[in-house]
Ligand binder design. Structure first.
Ligand SMILES: NC(=O)c1ccc[n+]([C@@H]2O[C@H](COP(=O)([O-])OP(=O)(O)OC[C@H]3O[C@@H](n4cnc5c(N)ncnc54)[C@H](OP(=O)(O)O)[C@@H]3O)[C@@H](O)[C@H]2O)c1
Length: 252
């Protein structure tokens, strides 16, 4: 693939996300608490998660390793962070959820697979085939240092918030309750906030168009979902904390 075709693909991908955002803000994507039966065939919750996340891990690994661009310590760090995140998301996270007998629409899983394939491919192709070596000097560049600090902070926020959510449901048959503690003091969806911080950090570390497009797509995906969750909490719990925002403390 020529470099110019690759960049065109990335710009088209970014443009698609920007065009899609207003639609995503209007509809409620039907999975988890918003799942719906009128979106076609349903698939088991855990199986859906695994099917959705594994392609990212596999495509990223294969494309990165096959690529003939020079690979230095910076690229191996980026590769390791991506791999750790997607190993957890594919094989650990789904099996910690208490969602026995729950299902999600297959169409949503199919969109998720496509989303993950695109982001993994663009990022791995950039690192594996196009980007020159960053050089050891990049390790002390402020973009790398701030980026890795954000990635780690975002990862911790995401893990801590997901852990608090999963702990709420002691039995798979239990419903929903109001989450407290950690950043739930400020927002309804700190797990999404952590995820965004993580990928913005990754984009700073990688300083590449595909990495920024992935960070942007994460916001495009999760901002509307956080607003939906927030509205849902407020309509289901009369004692929901009134000063809690949806996603960004004190703002939205
Ligand atoms: N990078 C991306 O673009 C992207 C996209 C989507 C998700 N993600 C990440 O994937 C993870 C899961 O996403 P998600 O959308 O499924 O998150 P979620 O809606 O917050 O749900 C997370 C888990 O906690 C349960 N849960 C949530 N709120 C609860 C409550 N109040 N009481 C009891 N149980 C509750 C959910 O059960 P139910 O499923 O039964 O509601 C689910 O098992 C998050 O860390 C998110 O950041 C990333």
């Amino acid at each position: 693939m020529s470099d110019s075709f690759f960049y065109t693909l990335v710009y088209v991908w970014i443009g698609t996300g920007i065009v899609l955002l207003p639609f995503l803000l209007k509809i409620t994507v039907p999975y988890g608490r918003h799942t719906a039966r009128n979106w076609g065939k349903l698939i088991d919750y855990k199986l859906g998660w695994v099917l959705m996340e594994v392609p990212s891990l596999m495509v990223f690994t294969v494309v990165f390793l096959y690529g003939d661009a020079p690979k230095d310590i910076v690229k191996w760090i980026l590769f390791t962070l991506w791999t750790i995140h997607y190993l957890n998301r594919s094989f650990i996270y789904p099996f910690r959820t208490k969602t026995k007998n729950k299902k999600n629409p297959f169409l949503i899983i199919a969109f998720g697979i496509f989303f993950n394939l695109m982001n993994a491919f663009l990022n791995a192709y950039w690192l594996g085939y196009i980007s020159p070596a960053y050089g050891a000097g990049w390790l002390t560049d402020p973009r790398f240092i701030v980026g890795i600090a954000l990635f780690v902070a975002g990862f911790i926020i995401n893990q801590d918030s997901d852990r608090r959510l999963l702990k709420l449901r002691q039995k798979p048959t239990n419903g929903y309750s109001i989450p407290y503690g950690g950043l739930f003091k400020y927002v309804s969806c700190p797990n999404f906030l952590g995820e965004m911080i993580q990928w913005i950090g990754f984009a700073l570390m990688a300083w590449s168009l595909p990495a920024f497009s992935f960070a942007l797509w994460t916001v495009i995906n999760l901002l509307p979902r956080a607003l939906d969750h927030h509205r849902w909490y407020k309509s289901h719990f009369s004692d929901y904390p009134t000063d809690r925002k949806a996603l960004f403390p004190f703002i939205i």
